[in-house]
Write a protein that binds this ligand. Sequence first.
Ligand code: TRP
Length: 481
Amino acid sequence: MNSSGDRFSSKIGFVLAAAGSAVGIGNLVGFPVAATKNGGGAFLLLYLFFVVAICLPLMLAELALGRATRSNPLGAYTQASGGSVVWRAAGALSLITPFMIAVFYTVITVWLLGYLAIVLGGGLASLADPAYFGEFINGASVFLFLALVIGLVVLVLKAGVQDGIERASRTLMPVLFVMLLGLAAFVLTLPNALQGLKFYLTPDFSRLNLQVVNGALSQAFFSLSLGMGILVTYGSYMRERENLQTSASWVAGTDTAVALTAGLMTIPAIFAIYPDTNPQTLSDSTVGLIFSFFPKIFMALVPTTGYLLASALAFVFFSLAFIAAITSLVSIIEVPVSALKNETRSNRPTSVLLVVGAVASGAVLCALSFGQTAALTEFVQYGGQTKSLFDLLVDVFYETILPLNGLLICLLVVWRWKRANLTQQLQIGSQPTQSQESTSPPGPGSNSFLARYTHHALAWWIPAILGLVFTLTVYNKFLAA
Ligand code: TRP
């Protein structure tokens, strides 16, 4: 059980922390590019549909489980299943998953900090060199930036839920919103920017096929921090009287709003510089776009804006991406921290140091897997390809296990945990209270459309769809050559 010290102080504190977790580099670049390639407005509609119809009920399930058990995923799965060994194993999986994701996401966060520092030092021109990224990730400076990122994470997590995670999100998320709006406003004044908007927003339903549908669902699912144990953990930090339906809707809405707004920056920027871009030729790799493509875009602005302003814009862009990444990183490392702290009754500083130490060691191995160490670079072979340790972690834990964790959560919450427990959690905060803790107006109760829909969807079609996504991913990634 969590000590009462581990609590978000208010609804807005929780919403910003959970939104900080959900908003990542995928929102800024991955989502807009996927939309532009896959039917523009048609993809956006599909995405919104999945956010509401699939992700919101799952988010409610995770938060409810966390708050009712006041526990990390391992403790929550154990309690909710009455101590079953099988569900304990599922709980363990939902701890290993965030740990492994943290390992590779640390490496990406480190690169972002590195690029930020280089731009600040006047090095934008060198970043635009196509060979630069490969040299940078294999250079010694990566380890310096790794030490800085690790130091920052320790600082935030040691300070605790309210004074660390919540405070960092309360400061950084507004900065992120302002920077994003500012950058979008600037980009939209560039010639040809509107060309980009056309591709981003105009619906082209003919592009929708099974793969695009799957892509939109996965994007929504990954973006909202589902299946990572984060929302179970954050649910355990929510106040007793908070209405889950209102809070979850705010988190989903904020994440989606950031993703949609990012498209007003990312896509017009691409088309302002390369008006003849064929959207289909844009890379599917968010990492490739951020580290190789965007520096070129900022360099191409130099004749119009001068080097200084182009560097300033690049600085804002990489700051945005870094803030998005570090708040996600903190949230995902908190999951094993919380588990270690609860399960072994250690104090927070010890748990933070042990977990972050382990994540850092994994991150070092990942950082060496881009050519520096052959055994890690050519780590395994599957699906007819040789993969590095980094690729393996992304493929296995991010792309494959997450939907499985989502499926397991549905099964646990609906079929093992009593339905009444979920109803009770959804009901909380729907009546006006005298309690001084709750100053917010009452939210929807267990009879709301959302609550009733959540029960049905979690029992039947969400697990069916996640099961299908999981099976297809295993087949496509690991079996088909
Ligand atoms: N939206 C994130 C992204 O775009 C994905 C994500 C959600 C994530 N929660 C996370 C990544 C926690 C790492 C840790 O990158």
